[in-house]
Design a protein around this ligand. Structure first.
Ligand SMILES: O=c1[nH]cc([C@@H]2O[C@H](COP(=O)(O)O)[C@@H](O)[C@H]2O)c(=O)[nH]1
Length: 417
Protein backbone atom coordinates (compact mmCIF):
# COMPACT_ATOMS: atom_id res chain seq x y z
CA UNK A 1 0.00 0.00 0.00
CA UNK A 2 2.77 2.36 1.07
CA UNK A 3 4.74 1.43 -2.04
CA UNK A 4 1.71 2.03 -4.27
CA UNK A 5 1.15 5.52 -2.87
CA UNK A 6 4.80 6.38 -3.40
CA UNK A 7 4.69 5.08 -6.96
CA UNK A 8 1.52 7.10 -7.69
CA UNK A 9 3.17 10.23 -6.32
CA UNK A 10 6.23 9.69 -8.51
CA UNK A 11 4.07 9.13 -11.60
CA UNK A 12 2.06 12.28 -10.79
CA UNK A 13 5.22 14.33 -10.31
CA UNK A 14 6.65 13.07 -13.60
CA UNK A 15 3.42 13.84 -15.46
CA UNK A 16 3.35 17.36 -14.01
CA UNK A 17 6.95 17.96 -15.06
CA UNK A 18 6.26 16.66 -18.57
CA UNK A 19 3.16 18.88 -18.80
CA UNK A 20 5.14 21.88 -17.60
CA UNK A 21 7.89 21.26 -20.14
CA UNK A 22 5.26 20.60 -22.80
CA UNK A 23 3.46 23.90 -22.20
CA UNK A 24 6.66 25.94 -22.11
CA UNK A 25 8.13 24.12 -25.06
CA UNK A 26 5.18 24.98 -27.24
CA UNK A 27 5.59 28.67 -26.38
CA UNK A 28 9.19 28.75 -27.52
CA UNK A 29 10.16 29.60 -31.11
CA UNK A 30 10.27 26.26 -33.04
CA UNK A 31 13.90 26.81 -34.11
CA UNK A 32 15.01 26.83 -30.49
CA UNK A 33 12.54 24.34 -29.04
CA UNK A 34 14.93 21.51 -28.39
CA UNK A 35 17.68 23.67 -27.02
CA UNK A 36 15.49 25.78 -24.76
CA UNK A 37 13.56 22.70 -23.79
CA UNK A 38 16.73 21.01 -22.59
CA UNK A 39 18.50 23.94 -21.00
CA UNK A 40 15.89 26.49 -20.15
CA UNK A 41 12.50 25.01 -19.44
CA UNK A 42 12.83 26.11 -15.83
CA UNK A 43 14.23 29.56 -16.65
CA UNK A 44 11.43 30.80 -18.91
CA UNK A 45 8.32 31.89 -17.07
CA UNK A 46 5.34 32.98 -19.13
CA UNK A 47 2.60 35.21 -17.72
CA UNK A 48 -0.92 33.73 -17.72
CA UNK A 49 -2.17 36.23 -20.28
CA UNK A 50 0.71 35.35 -22.61
CA UNK A 51 0.13 31.60 -22.25
CA UNK A 52 -3.53 32.03 -23.10
CA UNK A 53 -2.68 34.33 -26.06
CA UNK A 54 -0.23 31.74 -27.38
CA UNK A 55 -2.74 28.94 -27.04
CA UNK A 56 -5.44 30.98 -28.83
CA UNK A 57 -3.15 32.47 -31.50
CA UNK A 58 -3.77 36.01 -30.29
CA UNK A 59 -1.37 38.81 -31.26
CA UNK A 60 1.26 39.66 -28.63
CA UNK A 61 3.42 42.76 -28.24
CA UNK A 62 6.71 42.43 -26.37
CA UNK A 63 7.63 45.38 -24.14
CA UNK A 64 11.04 46.12 -22.72
CA UNK A 65 11.93 46.80 -19.08
CA UNK A 66 15.05 49.03 -19.23
CA UNK A 67 12.65 51.97 -19.54
CA UNK A 68 11.32 50.90 -16.13
CA UNK A 69 14.67 50.23 -14.45
CA UNK A 70 16.89 52.89 -16.09
CA UNK A 71 14.75 55.15 -18.29
CA UNK A 72 12.40 57.06 -15.97
CA UNK A 73 12.06 58.06 -12.31
CA UNK A 74 9.55 56.43 -9.96
CA UNK A 75 6.49 56.50 -10.14
CA UNK A 76 6.48 57.63 -13.82
CA UNK A 77 8.24 54.38 -14.80
CA UNK A 78 5.61 52.19 -13.10
CA UNK A 79 2.61 54.22 -14.29
CA UNK A 80 3.88 54.31 -17.87
CA UNK A 81 4.60 50.56 -17.96
CA UNK A 82 1.07 49.78 -16.75
CA UNK A 83 -0.56 52.32 -19.06
CA UNK A 84 1.35 50.98 -22.06
CA UNK A 85 0.15 47.43 -21.27
CA UNK A 86 -3.43 48.71 -21.04
CA UNK A 87 -3.16 50.46 -24.42
CA UNK A 88 -1.93 47.22 -26.03
CA UNK A 89 -4.95 45.36 -24.58
CA UNK A 90 -7.40 48.04 -25.74
CA UNK A 91 -6.13 47.63 -29.30
CA UNK A 92 -6.82 43.88 -29.26
CA UNK A 93 -3.35 42.49 -28.52
CA UNK A 94 -1.73 41.04 -25.42
CA UNK A 95 1.21 42.78 -23.70
CA UNK A 96 4.28 40.78 -22.67
CA UNK A 97 6.62 42.92 -20.59
CA UNK A 98 9.94 41.09 -20.60
CA UNK A 99 12.50 41.14 -17.79
CA UNK A 100 14.63 38.90 -15.57
CA UNK A 101 13.67 38.30 -11.95
CA UNK A 102 15.76 36.18 -9.57
CA UNK A 103 17.54 34.66 -12.55
CA UNK A 104 14.35 33.68 -14.40
CA UNK A 105 13.35 35.11 -17.77
CA UNK A 106 9.81 36.46 -17.54
CA UNK A 107 7.74 36.86 -20.67
CA UNK A 108 4.77 38.75 -19.23
CA UNK A 109 5.69 40.32 -15.89
CA UNK A 110 2.74 40.91 -13.58
CA UNK A 111 1.87 44.27 -12.00
CA UNK A 112 3.56 43.39 -8.74
CA UNK A 113 6.80 42.42 -10.45
CA UNK A 114 6.75 45.59 -12.56
CA UNK A 115 6.27 47.64 -9.39
CA UNK A 116 9.17 45.87 -7.68
CA UNK A 117 11.47 46.66 -10.59
CA UNK A 118 10.19 50.25 -10.81
CA UNK A 119 10.44 51.14 -7.12
CA UNK A 120 14.11 50.11 -6.94
CA UNK A 121 15.10 52.53 -9.71
CA UNK A 122 17.57 54.34 -7.44
CA UNK A 123 17.66 51.79 -4.64
CA UNK A 124 20.29 49.22 -3.66
CA UNK A 125 18.38 46.37 -5.32
CA UNK A 126 18.11 48.11 -8.69
CA UNK A 127 17.97 45.64 -11.60
CA UNK A 128 20.97 45.37 -13.92
CA UNK A 129 20.61 46.94 -17.35
CA UNK A 130 20.45 43.83 -19.50
CA UNK A 131 21.45 43.85 -23.15
CA UNK A 132 21.98 40.56 -24.98
CA UNK A 133 25.50 40.05 -23.57
CA UNK A 134 24.26 40.35 -19.96
CA UNK A 135 21.46 37.75 -20.11
CA UNK A 136 23.60 34.73 -19.16
CA UNK A 137 25.45 36.39 -16.27
CA UNK A 138 22.23 37.80 -14.76
CA UNK A 139 20.59 34.36 -14.94
CA UNK A 140 23.70 32.68 -13.49
CA UNK A 141 23.77 35.16 -10.59
CA UNK A 142 20.04 34.73 -9.94
CA UNK A 143 19.76 38.52 -10.26
CA UNK A 144 17.20 40.98 -11.69
CA UNK A 145 17.57 42.49 -15.15
CA UNK A 146 15.77 45.26 -17.01
CA UNK A 147 16.03 44.22 -20.66
CA UNK A 148 17.07 46.76 -23.30
CA UNK A 149 15.74 46.67 -26.84
CA UNK A 150 18.52 44.20 -27.76
CA UNK A 151 17.87 42.02 -24.69
CA UNK A 152 14.10 42.11 -25.23
CA UNK A 153 14.34 41.34 -28.95
CA UNK A 154 16.53 38.31 -28.18
CA UNK A 155 14.07 36.92 -25.64
CA UNK A 156 10.98 37.85 -27.69
CA UNK A 157 12.36 35.89 -30.62
CA UNK A 158 13.04 32.84 -28.44
CA UNK A 159 9.47 33.13 -27.20
CA UNK A 160 8.07 33.45 -30.75
CA UNK A 161 6.89 37.08 -30.42
CA UNK A 162 7.57 39.02 -33.65
CA UNK A 163 6.66 42.60 -32.59
CA UNK A 164 7.92 44.81 -29.77
CA UNK A 165 7.41 48.43 -28.71
CA UNK A 166 9.84 50.81 -27.06
CA UNK A 167 10.53 54.55 -26.82
CA UNK A 168 13.63 54.91 -28.96
CA UNK A 169 16.26 52.37 -29.96
CA UNK A 170 19.91 52.75 -28.97
CA UNK A 171 22.41 53.68 -31.67
CA UNK A 172 25.76 55.19 -32.56
CA UNK A 173 26.77 57.71 -29.88
CA UNK A 174 27.77 61.20 -30.97
CA UNK A 175 31.51 60.80 -30.32
CA UNK A 176 31.68 57.14 -31.37
CA UNK A 177 34.84 57.80 -33.37
CA UNK A 178 36.63 58.25 -29.99
CA UNK A 179 34.60 56.06 -27.64
CA UNK A 180 33.49 53.30 -30.02
CA UNK A 181 30.15 53.45 -28.19
CA UNK A 182 27.59 51.81 -30.45
CA UNK A 183 24.50 50.26 -28.86
CA UNK A 184 24.25 46.49 -29.15
CA UNK A 185 20.57 47.08 -30.05
CA UNK A 186 21.79 47.59 -33.60
CA UNK A 187 23.83 44.39 -33.83
CA UNK A 188 21.01 42.32 -32.32
CA UNK A 189 18.51 43.84 -34.77
CA UNK A 190 20.87 42.93 -37.60
CA UNK A 191 20.42 39.25 -36.87
CA UNK A 192 17.08 38.81 -35.09
CA UNK A 193 13.73 38.82 -36.93
CA UNK A 194 11.68 40.98 -34.57
CA UNK A 195 10.01 44.25 -35.62
CA UNK A 196 10.65 47.17 -33.25
CA UNK A 197 8.21 50.07 -33.13
CA UNK A 198 9.89 53.23 -31.78
CA UNK A 199 9.83 57.01 -32.13
CA UNK A 200 12.97 56.89 -34.27
CA UNK A 201 16.46 57.09 -32.85
CA UNK A 202 17.09 58.91 -29.58
CA UNK A 203 18.09 62.52 -30.19
CA UNK A 204 21.04 62.10 -27.79
CA UNK A 205 22.68 59.91 -30.47
CA UNK A 206 24.29 60.53 -33.85
CA UNK A 207 21.21 59.84 -35.99
CA UNK A 208 22.82 59.91 -39.47
CA UNK A 209 25.57 57.51 -38.37
CA UNK A 210 23.00 55.21 -36.74
CA UNK A 211 20.99 55.08 -39.97
CA UNK A 212 24.19 54.33 -41.92
CA UNK A 213 25.03 51.50 -39.56
CA UNK A 214 21.53 50.03 -39.81
CA UNK A 215 21.86 50.11 -43.58
CA UNK A 216 25.16 48.23 -43.29
CA UNK A 217 23.44 45.62 -41.13
CA UNK A 218 20.60 45.25 -43.64
CA UNK A 219 17.89 46.35 -41.21
CA UNK A 220 14.87 47.96 -42.93
CA UNK A 221 14.04 51.33 -41.35
CA UNK A 222 10.63 52.73 -42.24
CA UNK A 223 8.64 55.69 -41.01
CA UNK A 224 4.97 54.94 -40.44
CA UNK A 225 2.64 57.51 -42.04
CA UNK A 226 2.93 60.27 -44.62
CA UNK A 227 5.84 62.24 -43.18
CA UNK A 228 9.03 62.39 -45.24
CA UNK A 229 11.20 63.37 -42.25
CA UNK A 230 12.86 60.85 -39.98
CA UNK A 231 11.63 61.24 -36.37
CA UNK A 232 14.09 62.01 -33.58
CA UNK A 233 12.42 60.73 -30.40
CA UNK A 234 11.41 63.97 -28.58
CA UNK A 235 10.82 65.71 -31.92
CA UNK A 236 9.02 64.66 -35.07
CA UNK A 237 12.05 65.71 -37.15
CA UNK A 238 15.82 65.86 -36.65
CA UNK A 239 17.60 69.23 -36.30
CA UNK A 240 18.73 69.06 -39.93
CA UNK A 241 15.47 67.52 -41.14
CA UNK A 242 16.92 64.19 -42.34
CA UNK A 243 14.69 62.26 -44.74
CA UNK A 244 13.51 58.83 -43.70
CA UNK A 245 15.16 55.96 -45.61
CA UNK A 246 11.70 54.53 -46.42
CA UNK A 247 8.10 54.72 -45.31
CA UNK A 248 4.97 52.63 -45.03
CA UNK A 249 1.56 54.29 -45.21
CA UNK A 250 0.17 52.52 -42.15
CA UNK A 251 -0.01 49.43 -39.97
CA UNK A 252 -1.34 47.12 -42.71
CA UNK A 253 1.69 47.76 -44.90
CA UNK A 254 3.99 47.47 -41.90
CA UNK A 255 2.55 44.01 -41.15
CA UNK A 256 2.96 43.04 -44.82
CA UNK A 257 6.65 43.99 -44.67
CA UNK A 258 7.19 41.81 -41.58
CA UNK A 259 5.42 38.95 -43.29
CA UNK A 260 7.46 39.34 -46.47
CA UNK A 261 10.74 39.31 -44.51
CA UNK A 262 9.53 36.19 -42.74
CA UNK A 263 8.46 34.43 -45.93
CA UNK A 264 11.77 35.26 -47.57
CA UNK A 265 13.62 33.90 -44.56
CA UNK A 266 15.48 37.18 -44.00
CA UNK A 267 16.67 37.02 -40.45
CA UNK A 268 17.11 40.69 -39.57
CA UNK A 269 14.78 42.81 -37.51
CA UNK A 270 12.76 45.75 -38.84
CA UNK A 271 12.43 49.24 -37.43
CA UNK A 272 9.16 51.14 -37.67
CA UNK A 273 9.68 54.77 -36.72
CA UNK A 274 6.54 56.54 -35.50
CA UNK A 275 6.82 60.33 -35.13
CA UNK A 276 5.90 61.64 -31.66
CA UNK A 277 2.41 63.24 -31.74
CA UNK A 278 2.77 66.88 -32.82
CA UNK A 279 1.18 68.07 -29.53
CA UNK A 280 4.24 66.85 -27.60
CA UNK A 281 6.99 67.28 -30.20
CA UNK A 282 9.75 69.56 -28.86
CA UNK A 283 11.53 71.92 -31.25
CA UNK A 284 14.65 69.90 -32.23
CA UNK A 285 16.99 72.92 -32.04
CA UNK A 286 15.86 73.64 -28.46
CA UNK A 287 16.26 70.04 -27.26
CA UNK A 288 19.63 69.83 -29.01
CA UNK A 289 21.04 72.67 -26.87
CA UNK A 290 20.10 70.80 -23.68
CA UNK A 291 21.54 67.56 -25.06
CA UNK A 292 24.81 69.36 -25.80
CA UNK A 293 25.00 70.60 -22.17
CA UNK A 294 24.35 67.05 -20.87
CA UNK A 295 26.96 65.61 -23.27
CA UNK A 296 29.62 68.07 -22.03
CA UNK A 297 28.85 67.14 -18.41
CA UNK A 298 29.06 63.47 -19.31
CA UNK A 299 32.60 63.92 -20.65
CA UNK A 300 33.72 65.92 -17.60
CA UNK A 301 32.33 63.29 -15.25
CA UNK A 302 33.89 60.41 -17.21
CA UNK A 303 30.60 58.53 -17.57
CA UNK A 304 30.90 55.70 -20.09
CA UNK A 305 29.31 52.58 -21.57
CA UNK A 306 25.90 51.41 -20.39
CA UNK A 307 25.55 54.39 -18.00
CA UNK A 308 25.62 56.96 -20.81
CA UNK A 309 22.01 56.68 -22.04
CA UNK A 310 20.37 56.64 -18.56
CA UNK A 311 22.48 59.68 -17.52
CA UNK A 312 21.62 61.67 -20.64
CA UNK A 313 17.88 60.91 -20.39
CA UNK A 314 17.86 61.95 -16.72
CA UNK A 315 19.83 65.17 -17.29
CA UNK A 316 17.71 66.21 -20.26
CA UNK A 317 14.61 65.70 -18.09
CA UNK A 318 16.13 68.00 -15.44
CA UNK A 319 17.27 70.61 -17.96
CA UNK A 320 13.85 70.74 -19.67
CA UNK A 321 12.11 70.84 -16.27
CA UNK A 322 10.24 67.63 -16.96
CA UNK A 323 9.07 68.53 -20.46
CA UNK A 324 11.18 65.81 -22.10
CA UNK A 325 9.89 63.20 -19.63
CA UNK A 326 6.28 64.04 -20.54
CA UNK A 327 7.17 63.73 -24.24
CA UNK A 328 8.93 60.43 -23.53
CA UNK A 329 5.79 59.01 -21.89
CA UNK A 330 3.52 60.21 -24.69
CA UNK A 331 5.72 58.75 -27.43
CA UNK A 332 5.98 55.35 -25.72
CA UNK A 333 2.20 55.17 -25.38
CA UNK A 334 1.81 56.14 -29.01
CA UNK A 335 4.33 53.49 -30.11
CA UNK A 336 2.53 50.82 -28.07
CA UNK A 337 -0.72 51.70 -29.86
CA UNK A 338 0.91 51.35 -33.29
CA UNK A 339 2.78 48.15 -32.31
CA UNK A 340 -0.48 46.55 -31.12
CA UNK A 341 -2.22 47.49 -34.39
CA UNK A 342 0.69 46.04 -36.38
CA UNK A 343 0.60 42.81 -34.30
CA UNK A 344 -3.16 42.49 -34.93
CA UNK A 345 -2.67 43.00 -38.69
CA UNK A 346 0.28 40.61 -38.71
CA UNK A 347 -1.78 37.86 -37.12
CA UNK A 348 -4.34 38.34 -39.92
CA UNK A 349 -1.80 38.23 -42.76
CA UNK A 350 0.09 35.31 -41.28
CA UNK A 351 -3.14 33.31 -40.86
CA UNK A 352 -3.87 34.12 -44.47
CA UNK A 353 -0.44 33.19 -45.70
CA UNK A 354 -1.26 32.05 -49.20
CA UNK A 355 1.88 33.39 -50.79
CA UNK A 356 0.72 37.02 -50.43
CA UNK A 357 3.69 39.09 -51.45
CA UNK A 358 2.28 42.39 -50.23
CA UNK A 359 3.43 45.29 -52.35
CA UNK A 360 6.27 43.33 -53.89
CA UNK A 361 5.44 42.42 -57.47
CA UNK A 362 6.53 38.86 -58.19
CA UNK A 363 7.65 38.50 -61.78
CA UNK A 364 7.61 35.19 -63.56
CA UNK A 365 10.81 34.00 -65.14
CA UNK A 366 9.80 34.39 -68.78
CA UNK A 367 12.78 32.46 -70.10
CA UNK A 368 13.87 35.53 -72.07
CA UNK A 369 17.56 36.36 -72.13
CA UNK A 370 18.15 39.11 -69.58
CA UNK A 371 20.67 41.87 -69.87
CA UNK A 372 22.64 41.66 -66.66
CA UNK A 373 24.65 44.56 -65.31
CA UNK A 374 27.47 43.49 -63.00
CA UNK A 375 28.38 46.15 -60.49
CA UNK A 376 31.58 45.62 -58.53
CA UNK A 377 33.38 42.30 -58.35
CA UNK A 378 34.35 39.61 -55.93
CA UNK A 379 37.79 38.21 -55.38
CA UNK A 380 37.96 34.72 -53.97
CA UNK A 381 41.20 33.13 -52.81
CA UNK A 382 41.65 29.54 -53.89
CA UNK A 383 43.93 27.17 -52.08
CA UNK A 384 45.25 24.39 -54.25
CA UNK A 385 46.21 21.17 -52.52
CA UNK A 386 48.51 19.01 -54.57
CA UNK A 387 47.87 15.35 -54.02
CA UNK A 388 50.18 12.60 -55.30
CA UNK A 389 52.64 14.68 -57.28
CA UNK A 390 54.01 12.52 -60.06
CA UNK A 391 57.73 12.89 -60.64
CA UNK A 392 58.31 11.95 -64.20
CA UNK A 393 61.37 12.06 -66.33
CA UNK A 394 60.45 13.92 -69.49
CA UNK A 395 62.01 14.04 -72.85
CA UNK A 396 63.04 17.32 -74.46
CA UNK A 397 60.12 17.04 -76.86
CA UNK A 398 57.69 16.57 -73.97
CA UNK A 399 59.15 19.57 -72.09
CA UNK A 400 58.43 21.77 -75.07
CA UNK A 401 54.76 21.12 -74.60
CA UNK A 402 54.45 21.62 -70.85
CA UNK A 403 51.02 23.16 -71.08
CA UNK A 404 49.56 20.09 -72.65
CA UNK A 405 51.45 17.70 -70.42
CA UNK A 406 50.94 19.35 -67.01
CA UNK A 407 47.34 18.37 -66.26
CA UNK A 408 48.30 14.73 -66.12
CA UNK A 409 51.16 15.38 -63.71
CA UNK A 410 49.08 16.24 -60.65
CA UNK A 411 45.80 15.36 -59.11
CA UNK A 412 44.52 18.69 -57.84
CA UNK A 413 41.75 19.46 -55.38
CA UNK A 414 40.36 22.95 -54.88
CA UNK A 415 39.53 23.97 -51.35
CA UNK A 416 37.67 27.11 -50.31
CA UNK A 417 39.78 28.98 -47.77
O1 LIG B 1 12.26 55.86 -24.01
C1 LIG B 1 13.18 55.06 -23.89
N1 LIG B 1 13.45 54.18 -24.88
C2 LIG B 1 14.45 53.28 -24.79
C3 LIG B 1 15.26 53.22 -23.67
C4 LIG B 1 16.38 52.22 -23.50
O2 LIG B 1 17.68 52.69 -23.88
C5 LIG B 1 18.39 51.56 -24.39
C6 LIG B 1 19.65 51.95 -25.14
O3 LIG B 1 20.72 51.88 -24.26
P1 LIG B 1 22.25 51.90 -24.80
O4 LIG B 1 22.40 53.20 -25.55
O5 LIG B 1 23.11 51.85 -23.56
O6 LIG B 1 22.44 50.70 -25.66
C7 LIG B 1 17.38 50.94 -25.27
O7 LIG B 1 17.71 49.63 -25.69
C8 LIG B 1 16.17 50.98 -24.38
O8 LIG B 1 16.16 49.86 -23.52
C9 LIG B 1 14.97 54.13 -22.62
O9 LIG B 1 15.64 54.13 -21.59
N2 LIG B 1 13.94 55.02 -22.77
Amino acid sequence: MQFCKKKKAIVLKMTCTIMKIGVHNRLIHPQYRTITHRLFNNKFIFGNEVISAKQNNKPIVALESTIITHGMPYPDNFETAIKVEEIVRQRGAVPATIGIIDGNIHVGLNENQINNLAIEVNGPKRAIKCSQRDICSIIAAGANGGTTVGGTVTIAHLAGIPVMATGGIGGVHRDAQDTFDISSDLIVLGRTPVAVVCAGIKAILDIPKTLEFLETLGVPVMTVGDAEAFPAFYSSTTVDNIKSPAKVSGVIDAAKCINIQRNLGINSGLIFAVPIPQSHSIDPSIIDKFIQIALDELKNRGIQGKNVTPYLLKRVTELTEGKSLTSNKVLIENNARVAADIAVELSKVSMNNSGDSGNVKLRENSGKKLNVAVIGGAVEDTVIHIEDPVVKRTTAAERQNVAAASPSYYRVSLVRP
